[in-house]
Ligand binder design. Structure first.
Ligand code: C2O
Ligand code: CU
Ligand code: CU
Length: 479
């Protein structure tokens, strides 16, 4: 079966927003798609690895003429890709060379909050550094690192503070999937920007409380990219790294592609499709088979009707490997029937956005959950279909399962572990959530301006066999 649907509710697509900024195909020359280089460890033994990640300011040649002032991690813009392994003990020195405080949030990593997780309680001040250590227990996935200082997450991500973090494990290594980074295993960070005078970005000028957008697509920090295809199959690790934009992806000739992974794991089974929508912070790994094309052909990846990337087909060796019919065993944790269902409400738009009727407060712990205990979370978006929007709901420090949408089956491509789920207006999505580690974790809408605007809360996961720890929670005044 080949799905030809975006699944989400069409009346809620961002194209209907009052402030929607349509993408416009650039009229500047094409550029080779930038492949972020891999971060090199400071030191590495079989089970231990150390990195330094520096948030820094730089300049990037994005358009002809003046360079654009940009921020990045060990890079002028975005960042070097980090590759972590399940079971590895990881040490990271976080350095801030920016003129303002920042934090380093590991979106999708199963690490403890609020400090290692790098949300708003873990500031690193200018010219300072801090060190984190953790042992990663996690399945293969495409995750990411981004800034998360409250309330300027959106502005810092807009400046460029986002990088891909790929988790590897033995099981995924053993599957016949493209694994050659930059050749057939391609990171693809989807963002949009508006260029002002002298090719500069101006976040304040473009500010919109429903999410800042720009008319120009930027893929891995490249404007108008092409990619040279030298293998029959490629794997794209798609990340919606935009502040607000949804991407509705499809290929020329309606070429089908196969989704193999979501945010936090492989899918149990590959899903074939011609259309894929991802909302802010979601990831999807897809395999494209160019077997029916010959050298010299071109295949274009579009969002709606705007070209994003041109794939230029070169000579390749025929590749007859079949994708396994089954990719991953998912064993949902059992839920004790006496455990109450947690209800969460995302409401409003613009400045009126709220979570459970409240604005975020850094000092307030909104909920608790015993660590290791699986609970259902019913997450409701109270917007109406008439003028409402899809709010992408994200939880730190865990990978959840999607049980249902308004009591019906989840979409066919969301049967793996996820950390972000787009919730349609008027919809209640039931999640199965468990925290493996004690700590304080944020959960919020991932339209980043909504998160900064207070559509966010925090939960403490605690070890019931221990006295409750006290956490040092920052607030705006102590920052
Ligand atoms: Cu992408 Cu609170 O995170
Ligand atoms: Cu996160
Ligand atoms: Cu939202």
């Amino acid at each position: 079966q080949v799905y030809t649907d975006y699944f989400f509710d069409e009346p809620a697509f961002n194209t209907h927003d009052g402030g929607y900024v349509p993408l416009v195909a650039p009229d500047t020359p094409q550029n080779a798609l930038a492949i972020p280089p891999l971060a090199s460890p400071d030191s590495e033994t079989t089970n231990e690895v150390s990195y330094t990640v520096t948030a820094q300011a730089g300049e990037s040649q994005l358009l002809p003429g003046k360079k654009t002032k940009t921020w990045g991690y060990n890079a002028d813009l975005l960042g070097r890709t980090l590759i972590f392994r399940d079971g590895q003990h990881i040490h990271v020195t976080l350095k801030n060379q920016l003129p303002e405080l920042t934090t380093f949030h590991w979106h999708g990593l199963n690490v403890s909050g609020p400090i290692i997780d790098g949300g708003c309680h873990a500031p690193v001040y200018p010219d300072k550094s801090s060190d984190i250590d953790f042992t990663l227990h996690q399945q293969a996935a495409t995750t990411w690192l981004h800034a998360h200082p409250c309330p300027s997450t959106a502005e810092q991500v807009w400046h460029g503070l986002a990088a891909m973090v790929i988790v590897k494990d033995d099981h995924e290594d053993s599957l016949p999937l493209p694994h050659n980074y930059g050749v057939d295993d391609i990171p693809m960070v989807l963002q949009d920007r508006r260029f002002h005078e002298d090719n500069q970005w101006d976040y304040r000028a473009d500010y919109d409380p429903d999410g800042v957008q720009g008319p120009t697509a930027m893929i891995n920090g490249t404007i108008n990219p092409y990619f040279d295809v030298t293998t029959q199959k490629i794997r794209l690790r798609l990340l919606d790294g935009a502040n607000r934009r949804e991407w509705r992806l499809h290929l020329s000739d309606d070429l089908p592609f196969t989704q193999i992974a979501g945010d936090g794991s492989l899918l149990p089974e590959p899903v074939e499709m011609t259309h894929l929508m991802i909302t802010c912070a979601e990831r999807a790994e897809v395999i494209i088979d160019f077997g029916k094309y010959k050298p010299g052909d071109k295949v274009v990846l579009y969002s709606d009707d705007v070209p994003l990337v041109e794939f230029r087909i070169h000579d390749y060796n025929p590749d007859t490997t079949e994708l396994p019919e089954h990719l991953l065993d998912i064993n949902p944790p059992a839920v004790d029937p006496t455990t109450p269902i947690r209800h969460i409400v995302m409401s409003g738009m613009d400045e009126s956005v709220a979570l459970d009727g409240k604005k975020f407060n850094m000092q307030r712990i909104d909920a608790t959950q015993p660590m290791g205990q699986a609970q259902y979370w019913d997450v409701t978006n109270t917007n109406t279909m008439d003028g409402g929007m899809v709010h992408p709901f994200h939880v730190h420090g865990t990978q959840f399962l999607i049980i249902s949408r308004n009591g019906k089956a989840p979409y066919p491509n969301e049967h793996g572990y996820k950390d972000t789920v787009g919730v349609n207006p008027g919809e209640t999505v039931r999640l199965l959530v468990r925290f493996d580690l004690p700590g304080v974790y944020m959960y919020h809408c991932h339209i980043i301006e909504h998160e900064d605007g207070g559509m966010m809360a925090q939960i403490e996961s605690y070890d019931p066999s221990l006295p409750r720890p006290t956490y040092k929670l920052m607030d705006m005044d102590t920052l």
